[in-house]
Design a protein around this ligand. Structure first.
Ligand SMILES: *Cc1c(COP(=O)(O)O)cnc(C)c1O
Length: 455
């Protein structure tokens, strides 16, 4: 099909996610046809550096020979068979490999196909667990603890434990109840409060809200270390550990949503490792197949799983599953992705890139329209503001983050902002030269977008 015809069908028939389609039709977005390492190539043959790893999922690049081969080899055997009443080889091998690599104690692996379902499953398992555990509570646990500004996906359950206010405004009546802990990232703290005071306030509120609600809390769900979709909001060191201490004290299962931060993004395979925390549930998706195929994992402990053991007539199994649960092609891609972490020292590469990013991002330190630069591993948020001193935002209709995206695209780099936070999310396997290219183009794009707005 010719580019013009593709564009016409895209505009007339395809409804893109999280997209105001009126704006989309006017914009002539690149139509991607192929990939090459860390670059995307569109139908007109233009190359773009993939600066947000195809929305945070690509790990080792595109068209990686080892990953391509692993998927092809699996295709020569079988693409998919069900896990209902049958086992399948790659799903078993992957489960073994995940248990070996995850924080100790996470021994059970439940598959699904997106980050949203991975979290949804953890919520449902936690809820059912309390009804079936050895000494059930007098009162039913129908409340979940979560973080302000959290993002856990788009299904109704995962939106219920999210803290993005626009979703709650639109879908509020459909959602179940949650208790939100204040987000301890300090940039948006109340006027006149010091960073230290704000942190102290967040710790005190965490303690108070758990003490007040613990008898009703079915689980506590958190994105460990970095709240990605909130604009790369970073928790202070020790916060996760404190959450683990308190949830252990009150017998509240902890759900670590590592859909974004897992698979090396923060410098360790799993973010929880950095605070020596073992959650009761670990949710993985995005990077688990290297960004090749949709696959998600909800891991949990023997203790949780034991509450679902019984006779057929006990009707206490976990009543949840998807048609493509444990898809063989996706599991094969995931196994090969994990092997590449070993053979290519990907975690070392993340650490080297973290260093490069720290040096390059320092160039923005005195920029009059950069309010804060946040980074951890290879996750970066650059918050643009109208006024650095007052932290005043640009008017929303200026769409500054989007303007930076357009300016970067003209120079051959694909990024996607979160409001006025410019996000860089290079793949964990990206070489140093491309990290520099990403910084060069995006920093220039920030200046270009701002100068356009002022003119
Ligand atoms: C992206 C994301 C999800 C949702 O994953 P999908 O595969 O898009 O459903 C959940 N949690 C976090 C932390 C995410 O970043």
């Amino acid at each position: 099909m010719q580019p013009e015809e593709l564009r016409q069908i895209d505009n007339e028939h395809l409804w893109h996610p999280f997209t105001q389609m009126r704006g989309h039709r006017a914009e002539n977005v690149p139509l991607i046809e192929s990939g090459d390492g860390f670059y995307l190539i569109d139908v007109e043959g233009r190359r773009y550096l993939d600066g947000v790893s195809s929305l945070w999922c690509n790990v080792h690049g595109h068209r990686v020979p080892e990953l391509d081969q692993a998927v092809r080899d699996q295709l020569d055997r079988i693409a998919h068979s069900t896990l209902l009443g049958l086992g399948s080889v790659p799903s078993i091998e992957l489960a073994g490999e995940l248990v070996k690599r995850a924080p100790e104690g996470l021994t059970k692996v439940f598959y699904s196909d997106s980050g949203s379902t991975a979290v949804e499953i953890a919520l449902k398992m936690a809820f059912q667990y309390h009804n079936q555990k050895p000494n059930p509570d007098a009162q039913s646990r129908d409340l979940f603890a979560c973080m302000q500004h959290a993002y856990h996906g788009d299904t109704i359950g995962s939106v219920s434990v999210g803290g993005i206010s626009i979703f709650h405004e639109i879908f509020g009546k459909l959602l179940f109840h949650s208790v939100q802990m204040p987000c301890p990232a300090a940039y948006h703290r109340p006027e006149g409060m010091s960073e230290a005071d704000y942190h102290a306030h967040c710790y005190a509120e965490l303690e108070r809200l758990l003490a007040e609600n613990h008898t009703r809390l079915a689980a506590f769900v958190i994105e460990p270390l970095v709240q990605g979709a909130a604009g790369m909001q970073m928790h202070p060191p020790g916060y996760l550990k404190r959450v683990r201490e308190l949830t252990t004290r009150y017998g509240i299962p902890l759900i670590a949503d590592e859909v974004a931060v897992g698979l090396g993004r923060t410098g360790t395979m799993f973010a929880c490792e950095q605070e020596g925390v073992t959650p009761d549930f670990l949710c993985l998706a995005k990077g688990i197949t290297g960004g090749y195929l949709p696959l998600a994992v909800t891991m949990t402990t023997d203790e949780i799983a034991a509450a679902f053991e019984g006779e057929h007539t006990d009707y206490n199994a976990f009543y949840h599953g998807h048609t493509y649960t444990g898809n063989a092609l996706a599991c094969a891609a995931a196994l090969a992705t994990l092997e590449l972490f070993d053979s290519q020292n990907t975690l070392e590469n993340v650490k080297a890139n973290e260093q490069i990013l720290a040096e390059r991002l320092a160039e923005l330190k005195d920029h009059p329209h950069v309010g804060e630069v946040r980074h951890k591993g290879t996750m970066v948020g650059i918050e643009l503001v109208a006024n650095r001193e007052t932290r005043e935002a640009f008017p929303a209709d200026r769409r500054m983050g989007h303007q930076v995206t357009l300016a970067a695209r003209e120079q051959g780099v694909i990024i996607r902002p979160l409001g006025d936070v410019v996000i860089l999310m290079p793949a964990p396997g990206m070489p140093a030269a491309q990290i520099h290219e990403l910084c060069d183009v995006v920093f220039a794009a920030i200046d270009k977008a701002i100068s356009l707005q002022v003119a």
